[in-house]
Design a protein around this ligand. Structure first.
Ligand code: HEM
Length: 448
């Protein structure tokens, strides 16, 4: 009886907290939005609404008052759809990302334009082709490689770069883009020319996942870059076949699988799989490093504790990174399209109908702040279980590079954060400069 009463009181307190948070977030959005508009004009509203802190407030309102939103408005022009649904509660987001028979990945049409033919596995629904390609690529990218090859290289290279930087660094070109590119060069075996590959991968990632308005200029650029990447990969595969070697690289492993008659590992299959991996690997790790560090720089006390942990080589250091990415994630949402009319949050007060063709935004940023699942969600804590983090997808399409990310992002940031007095360069240079793209281009920092 007492336990039931305590349970009901806890549930009521939580509901009140959710409603209070929703209301205060709404007031914050109105006040800040108005100030932003008055001081910066219309142009200032886009950066305001795309900032993770603003999105967090929007999602807090939605979780409180309208957790599953279904609209006729079309927000994504790059992929066919008939409207938009936004899902904000933790369990509902995971449900959407798990229900492959109801909600499909949409990227296939653009993936095929990049490969000039076949789909890549992130654009596929469950089935033989998805299993064929992911199985083969998991044989090529073996689990132990991360600890044995990828991590030691990323750690020593990052340390060397920071040691030689002389107290100032432009994070993006000097470190956060360079290290993942180096991984594609040394471990994938298909790095190509550094700046060209970084540029290709960044633009193609933007085209696939972030070109919400379907910009024709970006389309034309992506077609040129994809052709460049295909030609480069075709030549790299042919060259390696002509001059084989034994290095533990994805390219060599793929060719060995080809020699063993593995389905999907013809030259074209290898090329398309490596193309998808290159696009996924380079800009993402770089952006995640920038966002995590930006968040820590905004939190001097947490930065100080992260610095102590980095200096002491304490494993808790990584928790600072994951927590920073919870507040400022690379992917605040993941989108799917409804295959038929269906519902989310069935049989609950928040049940919502979703129509066939609607694009469904699973707001993973929101899910990570859902008080019904995440303890003290607004607190920056370094003792959270890994399951609280949805920072590179969920379900069948969870990031192929998850183990790499978990090792490489801390390896890149640790030598920098271990430096005393890490700080932003003065003025605009010390803020992330994305140069009008969704991806950081510069981020100048100083340290002692
Ligand atoms: C911090 C860095 C990264 C982030 C934030 C990230 C994010 C994501 C997300 C959110 C998804 C799921 C997309 C969806 O469900 O629609 C995904 C899938 C994927 N990622 Fe990553 N990614 C990162 C790094 C990498 C790396 C290093 C690689 C390559 C080694 C990679 C390759 C892939 C591939 C191939 C998939 C598709 C997996 C599948 O369909 O089974 N990503 N990533």
């Amino acid at each position: 009886m007492l336990a039931r009463l305590t349970g009901s009181l806890t549930a009521l307190a939580r509901l009140l907290m959710v409603l209070f948070e929703g209301l205060t977030s709404l007031l914050w959005l109105i006040a800040k939005g108005a100030i932003t508009f008055v001081t910066g004009g219309k142009a200032a509203l886009l950066p305001f609404f795309t900032a993770a802190s603003t999105q967090g407030k929007v999602f807090a309102c939605l979780r409180a008052f309208w957790p599953n939103l279904s609209l006729k408005a079309v927000f994504i022009k790059a992929y066919d759809n008939s409207g938009t649904a936004v899902v904000t509660r933790h369990d509902d987001c995971l449900d959407v990302l798990n229900r492959n028979a109801d909600f499909e990945v949409v990227y296939g049409t653009r993936m095929r334009k990049l490969t000039d033919g076949e789909n890549f596995f992130l654009g596929m629904q469950p089935g033989w082709e998805y299993n064929r390609d992911t199985s083969a690529m998991r044989l090529a990218a073996r689990g132990p490689d991360v600890a044995e090859i990828v991590l030691p290289r990323a750690a020593s290279l990052s340390q060397e770069i920071v040691d030689k930087a002389g107290g100032k660094i432009d994070l993006v070109p000097q470190l956060s883009l360079l290290v993942p590119w180096d991984m594609t060069d040394q471990y994938f075996g298909v790095g190509g020319e550094m700046e060209t590959m970084q540029d290709w991968a960044t633009v193609l990632f933007w085209y696939l996942f972030e070109d919400l308005g379907a910009d024709p200029e970006l389309d034309a650029k992506a077609m040129r870059y994809a052709a460049g990447m295909r030609d480069y990969l075709d030549a790299a595969i042919a060259e390696r076949k002509a001059n084989p070697d034994e290095r533990p690289q994805l390219l060599n492993r793929c060719l060995a699988l080809q020699g063993a008659g593995t389905p999907g590992m013809e030259d074209l299959g290898i090329r398309n799989n490596l193309l998808g991996l290159l696009i996924g690997a380079i800009p993402t790790i770089s952006k995640a490093c920038c966002l995590a560090l930006d968040e820590l720089l905004n939190r001097p006390e947490e930065l100080r504790r992260a610095h102590e942990a980095a200096k002491a080589d304490d494993p808790v250091f990584e928790q600072f990174i994951w927590e920073a990415l919870r507040f400022n994630p690379h992917n605040p949402v993941i989108y799917r399209r409804a295959i038929h009319d269906t519902v989310v949050a069935k049989s609950t007060l928040r049940e919502a109908r979703v129509r066939k063709g609607q694009m469904v935004f699973a707001a993973t940023l929101s899910a990570m702040f859902d008080r019904y699942q995440i303890e003290a969600p607004n607190a920056f804590r370094t003792d959270r279980p890994w399951e609280d983090y949805i920072i590179w997808g969920y379900g069948m399409h969870t990031c192929f590079g998850a183990a790499i990310n978990k090792a490489v992002i801390p390896a890149i940031l640790k030598p920098l954060i271990a430096r005393p007095n890490l700080r932003r360069a003065p003025g605009a240079a010390g803020q992330i400069d994305s140069g009008g793209t969704p991806h950081p281009q510069h981020f100048h920092l100083l340290f002692d």
